[in-house]
Design a protein around this ligand. Structure first.
Ligand SMILES: Nc1ncnc2c1ncn2[C@@H]1O[C@H](COP(=O)(O)OP(=O)(O)O)[C@@H](O)[C@H]1O
Ligand SMILES: [Mg+2]
Ligand SMILES: [Zn+2]
Length: 366
């Protein structure tokens, strides 16, 4: 994979001696990196396996289009893991540089599949909540990359997010902010890449049945509140989209119509990403690629709202008791929804959809 080097494949040291003495007999190995990448870009999972769940699929499309972190709230078995696993199938395909970066990390961590030269698809990592902070962030006597780095250029899925110890969740803040993780040791400090999309899953309450039409929840408001408060505020601040994922009913599961394929959804995501790249190409000093990376200043210059939009947003904030933190995230997500339609201006329906993606600000546990 390394450019500018000729590689002569040999079977034994005798081959080497013969080659050095005569200079012939072995042809340099040619690697067609584009072909290799195309060949290794294969998915087993596809969004067409998921029946119903139109709202959740749409939210995931928006998340992937703008690089927004997403949290899915729903009872056990509603399909949160199934949905999250399919996110890499609708993200833009790896560029060669991205594939190399991710391959390097998997290689030094010793998790590269035997026989695989290149990691060809965006990684999906889903560590269990019993993971240590060293396992998540990286560390050890000889520092090894953790899950945040193994998920570099891909998706990190934290299922049952409130079950993760608070200190483990807190250490996620640096990589979420900077796209890198720094591991400090007495002798040295190491920086690993860690730019990933965060997807979270959680039950609506400890028993899982809160807000469920078919099952009764026995958790007291206090218990539910305590459960929710385990999600740290600063971490929630970095999640632009949260949605309810109710279980689909039997009828939907059996319905005959074939759901849309990942490839179709991915085409729209790629389109929306191109719009963003063009928009941000004018930002010379800061490099950024997607709407989720916009800070408050960029939001003001790139997401101009009409007075109709302003009014709608103000009314929703007041009526639904949305917190101030929701405000900027609604802007960013609305920008992505508009980009999916290649619409230049954000209009009220974009804002209205973005408001739907703030479940945790709306419900009584906020
Ligand atoms: N919408 C759906 N379409 C098809 N199968 C589904 C759907 N929702 C759930 N399932 C089935 O139920 C299983 C459990 O879903 P899972 O993603 O593990 O739920 P959760 O993570 O929310 O607990 C899946 O592996 C899948 O077989
Ligand atoms: Mg699950
Ligand atoms: Zn409950």
């Amino acid at each position: 994979m390394v450019g500018g080097v000729q590689v002569y494949p040999v079977k034994s040291l005798l081959d080497v001696i013969r080659f050095v003495n005569t200079g012939n007999g072995i042809q340099p190995l040619k690697v067609d990196s584009d072909a290799l990448l195309t060949e290794s870009q294969r998915f087993v999972a596809d969004f067409k396996d998921v029946r119903g769940q139109h709202t959740a699929k749409r939210a995931l499309e928006v998340a992937c289009a703008g690089g927004h972190n997403i949290l899915m709230i729903g009872p056990p078995g509603s399909g949160k893991t199934m949905l999250a696993k399919r996110m890499p199938t609708i993200l833009p395909p790896f560029t060669f540089e991205e594939a190399l970066e991710t391959t390097k990390i998997h290689s030094v961590a010793g998790v590269l599949d035997a026989g695989a030269g290149l990691v060809g698809v965006r990684p999906f990592r889903s560590p269990h909540h019993s993971i240590s902070d060293a396992g998540l962030i990286g560390g050890g006597a000889v520092p090894r990359p953790g899950e945040v780095s193994l998920a570099h250029n891909g998706v990190l899925f934290l299922d049952e997010m409130p079950e993760f110890p608070r200190n483990v969740l807190e250490v996620m803040r640096q990589p979420l902010e900077d796209g890198t993780v720094c591991i400090a040791r007495a002798a040295m400090s190491l920086t690993f890449p860690a730019r990933f999309m965060l997807a979270g899953g959680m039950n609506p309450c400890p028993c899982g049945s809160f807000n469920d039409r078919s099952r009764e929840c026995h958790c007291s408001p206090l218990i539910i509140q305590r459960y929710m408060s385990k999600m740290s505020g600063p971490l929630l601040d970095r999640i632009d989209i949260h949605i309810d994922v109710p279980a689909v009913n039997d009828k939907e599961l059996r319905s005959g119509s074939e759901p849309e394929s990942s490839a179709k959804i991915r085409d729209r995501v790629i389109c929306a990403r191109e719009v963003q790249l063009t928009r941000f190409s004018s930002c010379k000093r800061e490099k950024f690629y997607c709407n989720a990376q916009m800070g408050p200043r960029h939001i003001r210059s790139f997401c101009e709202l009409s007075s109709d939009c302003e009014r709608l947003l103000e009314r929703a904030m007041a009526q639904q008791g949305l917190t101030a933190r929701a405000h900027d995230r609604i802007f960013k997500v609305a920008r992505t929804i508009a980009d999916l339609e290649t619409a230049a201006a954000i209009v009220p329906k974009h804002i209205a959809e973005a408001i739907q993606y703030r479940t945790l600000d709306r419900t009584f546990w906020a």
